[in-house]
Design a protein around this ligand. Structure first.
Ligand code: AMP
Length: 213
C-alpha cells in the first residue's frame, strides 16, 4: 500500500519512514532529502532551492512538482513507496493526483502525524545529525554518548541550517499557512488517518502499522 506521510516539520516523518523502509521494504522519497542532496552536489536544482530552504520557505510548486514526477518515473513496478514532505500545498496535492492518474498509481493512505507545537520546536532546534543525514540525534531526547559526535561513525554532528530556532519558527508558520489546508483536501477524499506522533518512536511505528496492516 503506497503511503503519504504528512504533518508539520519535526513530526517524525523521516524517522517513521526509515522504520517502514527497514522493516517493510518500502521505497522512501523525501523532497527535503532530494533538495539537500542536490544542494550538496551543487546542481541547478539545488541552487534554485537554496535560498527558499535557508529562509524556511517553500520551494516554488513548479520546481518541486517537476522533481517529484521525475522520481516517480524512476520507480520500478510493484514497488510500494512512502512520499514524505510532498505535497506541501493544495496545488501540489492536485498535481500529485494528476500525476498518479497519468502513471496509473494510487495512494493507499495519507497518514497525518500530530505533535504539539512546543514539542516540534524542541525536536527541530535540538536535532543534530551526520552530514549525510543518515544518523540523527536530539540533544535532549536522544543525545549521542559523546556530545557532538556520532556514536556509529565517530563523525562530528552538524545542525541543519534550517533547524536554527528563527528558521524553525518560520517553517512552522509556512506549514500552518500553506500545508495544513491539505488535511481538509485529503479528509474530503476519505483518505486521511491521524496518528499521534508523540511518544517513543517505536510506539508511533506500531500505531502506523495498525493502520496499514
Ligand atoms: P524537509 O526536510 O521536508 O523539512 O524540507 C526542507 C525544506 O525543503 C523545506 O523547508 C522547503 O524549503 C523545501 N521543501 C521540501 N519539500 C518541499 C515541498 N513539497 N514543497 C516546497 N518546498 C519543499
Amino acid at each position: 500500500m503506497n503511503l503519504l506521510l504528512f504533518g508539520p516539520p519535526g513530526a517524525g516523518k523521516g524517522t517513521q519512514s526509515q522504520f517502514l523502509v527497514q522493516r517493510l521494504g518500502y521505497r522512501h522519497f523525501s523532497t527535503g532529502d532530494l533538495f539537500r542532496a542536490a544542494l550538496r552536489l551543487g546542481t541547478r536544482l539545488g541552487l534554485e532551492a537554496k535560498g527558499f530552504m535557508e529562509r524556511g520557505e517553500l520551494v516554488p510548486d513548479r520546481i518541486v512538482i517537476g522533481m517529484v514526477e521525475e522520481e516517480f518515473r524512476k520507480l520500478g513496478e510493484n514497488q510500494a513507496w512512502i512520499l514524505d514532505g510532498f505535497p506541501r500545498t493544495v496545488p501540489q496535492g492536485e498535481a500529485l493526483e494528476d500525476m498518479l492518474q497519468r502513471l496509473g498509481i494510487s495512494i493507499g493512505r495519507v497518514v497525518f502525524l500530530t505533535v504539539r507545537r512546543e514539542l516540534l520546536i524542541k525536536r527541530l532546534s535540538g536535532r543534530r545529525m551526520t552530514a549525510d543525514g543518515k544518523y540523527v540525534y536530539n540533544i535532549e531526547f536522544n543525545p549521542p554518548k559523546m556530545p557532538g559526535v556520532c556514536d556509529v561513525t565517530g563523525e562530528k554532528l552538524i545542525q541543519r541550517d534550517d533547524d536554527r530556532e528563527d528558521v524553525v519558527l518560520n517553517r512552522l508558520k509556512t506549514y500552518e499557512e500553506m500545508t495544513e489546508p491539505l488535511k481538509q483536501f485529503y479528509a474530503a477524499k476519505n483518505r486521511l488517518s491521524e496518528v499521534k506522533g508523540e511518544g517513543d518512536p517505536e510506539v508511533v511505528h506500531s500505531r502506523i502499522l495498525e493502520l496499514i496492516q
